[in-house]
Design a protein around this ligand. Structure first.
Ligand code: NAD
Ligand code: UFG
Length: 336
């Protein structure tokens, strides 16, 4: 059982990944400052896995506290680094907060790390920007970032590309997530947006549940088959599994390079209107919606070329979009 440090492990993707780690025989050790998560998520992970999990409430920007913690935890075999701020709009309003939290947090973690151990980084398909060529492939160049948030993901990858394998840094895999949705089938963990949701699925499920009156579809004149934006929606449990595949590749020393990048998506694009209709058909619940003006910064279409993850990591998404939507709905229904 390898001890794996999971930063941001009580967050949306981190909590599902903790479950996947336990199920694959690893032992997650979580650091989280609870800035965008709730302490009780720890109990929920424990209830699903029937195991106890170690949690350190700590801010990665507090170097001394982090360093003390890592001096104590000297048998960590790998790191999965989720901890970051992720609200695109907020990052435009508070750019320095995003650079400080996401970049300073990453540098502190790399600096405080004691041994050259495997490191998995949460990147995003946002690094590709608005590409005319689809599906998106890992070797496409970065486009100019449209938000400070996206810029922190590009900078994070650059920092890791140059530092991986140097001094006391181990090998790194950056996973470029497409659009994670859904929840664990137990409905014990899921997405917990604070305030008004900015992302499509939590807004949609809250509307279906009657907590919001109507869902705005941002734009219907994009050059797509129905005019609405296309994304690659992936079940969060598939995304969680991808971390285990990436981690095992590094732990087993199968990586060819010190820095590798993989797209983590399904390879299938779905428009906003298609998603709403699929949700309605799958759950039998209507989603009141209206067409609204486009949202600034949205790209027309983004979906993954998944060949590299399939052939090299041996991972591919197994769960259907219907399963993901149903799990998101089951999660929403049991929320207060
Ligand atoms: P989340 O906000 O649910 O989880 C992030 C966790 O990190 C939270 O629990 C938060 O409290 C913690 N955290 C933030 N800053 C911290 C700090 N300085 N020190 C300690 N803990 C800190 O977000 P998520 O959706 O689970 O995303 C996880 C990662 O994946 C992030 O890096 C995010 O940028 C990236 N990502 C997410 C998406 C998405 O759509 N959810 C897409 C692409 C990439
Ligand atoms: N949308 C609506 N109405 C809403 C919310 C969203 O029509 O109320 C549309 C958006 O315009 C977009 C699609 O639904 O076309 C998906 O939007 P999300 O906000 O759910 O997701 P994004 O693709 O904009 O971005 C998300 C994360 C980013 C991450 C990216 C890729 O917010 O941080 O996925 O992983 F980089």
């Amino acid at each position: 059982m390898a001890k794996i440090l999971v930063t941001g492990g009580l967050g949306y993707i981190g909590s599902h990944t903790c479950v996947a780690l336990f199920e694959s025989g690893h032992e997650p050790v979580v650091i989280d400052n609870l800035s965008n998560s709730e302490a009780h998520v720890k109990n929920q992970i424990e209830a699903i896995t029937n195991s106890s999990i170690s949690l350190e409430v700590l801010d990665l920007c507090d170097f001394d506290a982090l360093n003390r913690f890592l001096e104590k935890e000297n048998d960590i075999a790998g790191v999965i680094h989720f901890a970051a701020l992720k609200a695109v709009g907020e990052s435009v309003e508070k750019p320095l907060l995003y650079y400080q939290n996401n970049i300073q947090g990453l540098i502190n973690l790399l600096t405080a790390q004691k041994n050259a151990i495997p490191f998995i980084f949460s990147s995003s398909c946002t690094v590709y920007g608005d590409s005319d060529i689809l599906p998106l492939k890992e070797d496409f160049p970065f486009q100019k970032a449209v938000s400070p948030y996206g810029s922190t993901k590009q900078m994070g990858e650059e920092i890791l590309k140059f530092s991986a394998g140097k001094n006391h840094q181990g090998p790194v895999i950056a996973l470029r997530y497409f659009n994670p949705i859904g929840a664990h089938p137990s409905s014990k963990i899921g997405e917990l947006p604070r305030g008004i949701p900015q992302n499509l699925i939590p807004y949609l499920t809250q509307t279906a549940a009657g907590k919001r009156t109507i869902l705005s579809v941002f734009g219907d004149t994009y050059p797509t088959h129905d005019g609405t934006c296309i994304r690659d929606y992936i079940h969060v449990m598939d995304l969680a599994d991808a971390h285990v595949f990436a981690l095992n590749r590094l732990l087993e020393g199968k990586n060819k390079n010190n820095f590798e990048v993989y797209n983590i998506g399904t390879g299938k694009g779905c428009s906003v209107l298609e998603l709403i209709h699929k949700f309605e058909k799958t759950t039998g619940v209507a989603v009141p919606h209206k067409i609204a003006p486009p949202r600034a910064g949205d790209v027309t279409a983004a979906f993954a070329d998944t060949e590299l993850a399939e052939t090299v990591l041996g991972w591919r998404a197994k769960r259907s979009l219907e399963e993901a939507l149903l799990s998101a709905w089951n999660w929403e229904k049991q929320l207060p």
